[in-house]
Design a protein around this ligand. Structure first.
Ligand SMILES: Cc1cc2nc3c(=O)[nH]c(=O)nc-3n(C[C@H](O)[C@H](O)[C@H](O)COP(=O)(O)OP(=O)(O)OC[C@H]3O[C@@H](n4cnc5c(N)ncnc54)[C@H](O)[C@@H]3O)c2cc1C
Length: 326
């Protein structure tokens, strides 16, 4: 019987494990992929937009070579936190369900079953990449994540999306010699409000340079009509149909969490700005089901700092409660 089982080894889950150890409660983190799996899936070599103080969990400083860390530096930092602090993390094991028993929980994975007094869902929101729902989206040339540029040098690439991930993918591809088209709603291209998830200025400015140098095409999108083996059919914001020759498509329009496990044990959800999120107390991070906690990207906290801060706030309170029960 563990005091706390944590689902997910992203920044929220690793911080929770680190704090659980510091506050003397036993823990197990179950991760379906690798430590820091969402970061592992960032584009290779990406420089993240957060500063080190927003990304650090505890001791063991994050010391990037430049001002901000790369994907690789950030990933190594979180891996070192797990190893140096001997956090109890099981990777490549997927949680399939959680059962609420009389006074504790049973966590069922694809490898084993475990029991705990409390459970923290820190599972991020990468489970369901959003789709365009258009004909041809199932073709193998259509990707919902952007990992690296080199396979696409001299290829005709279309990126569909209006946020920073789409902007970064378009920039990397244009800079590395792909024939790149960014299909974006005009309001997203013109959006400069960081709170509304705009393309960050340090991505937008070089994108504008690529545009001036004619290394990037911008297409103000009405809708994507169809993706075919060697071309894509788009409708512009003014209703004009255009067919572009095409080798690869990146659909980068966000992703949603899978809240099924939470709903199955009675956790209430609400539809917020970014889609459905669990209902929880903003001080304790406990849901309406006693003993079930949430933290990180699939709550209202969309960035790493928020994920870390949530776990730092919730664990001391939870630990005090668990100690008082013993
Ligand atoms: C390209 C890109 C760049 C970004 N750059 C930044 C940045 O610079 N700064 C910033 O603050 N944010 C950035 N973000 C967002 C940031 O990655 C998230 O806010 C952060 O990862 C949230 O941490 P988390 O622990 O809540 O979730 P995640 O890091 O998503 O961790 C959740 C973990 O849970 C695991 N999991 C899910 N379901 C299960 C299951 N059933 N069983 C077991 N394990 C499960 C997942 O595999 C995952 O490892 C970026 C995102 C992307 C895509």
């Amino acid at each position: 019987m563990f005091d706390l089982i944590i689902i997910g080894a992203g920044p929220a889950g690793i911080t929770a494990a680190y704090e659980a150890k510091r506050h003397g409660i036993s823990h197990l983190v179950i991760e379906k992929g690798l430590i820091g799996n969402t970061i592992y899936n960032y584009p290779v070599g990406l420089t993240v937009f957060s500063t080190t103080n927003e990304l650090e969990i505890g001791e063991g400083r994050l010391s990037p070579a430049r001002e901000k860390p790369t994907r690789e530096e950030l990933l190594s930092y979180y891996v070192r936190i797990v190893l140096d602090n001997e956090l109890n993390v099981r990777t490549e094991e997927k949680v399939l369900g959680v059962e609420k028993l009389a006074d504790h929980f049973r966590i069922i994975t694809d490898k084993d079953n475990y029991e705990s007094l409390a459970v923290l869902f820190a599972m991020g929101s990468m489970d369901y990449p959003r789709c365009l729902n258009v004909k041809g989206e199932g073709l193998s040339k259509v990707h919902f994540q952007f990992r690296e540029t080199y396979p696409w040098v001299k290829k005709r690439a279309l990126i569909v999306g209006g946020g920073n991930s789409a902007g970064e993918a378009a920039l990397f591809l244009a800079q590395e010699g792909a024939e790149t088209t960014l299909a974006i709603f005009r309001e997203d291209w013109e959006n400069t409000d960081p709170k509304q998830g705009c393309i960050k200025y340090w991505v937008k400015q070089p994108l504008e340079k690529e545009l001036q140098q004619k290394c990037l095409n911008l297409f103000f999108l009405g809708e994507v009509i169809e993706i075919r083996e060697a071309e894509v059919e788009l409708e512009s914001e003014t209703g004009e149909r255009v067919i572009l020759p095409n080798d690869v498509v990146f659909v980068l329009i966000g992703s949603d969490a899978d809240l099924t496990m939470l709903k199955d044990i009675g956790v209430e959800t609400v539809v917020g700005k970014y889609g459905a999120i669990p209902v929880y107390d903003e001080v304790t991070f406990e849901t309406n089901v006693p003993g079930v906690y949430v933290a990180g990207h699939f709550t209202a906290q969309r960035h790493i700092k928020g994920a870390i801060d949530a776990s730092k706030q919730l664990i001391p309170q939870l630990a005090a409660r668990i100690h008082s029960l013993k």
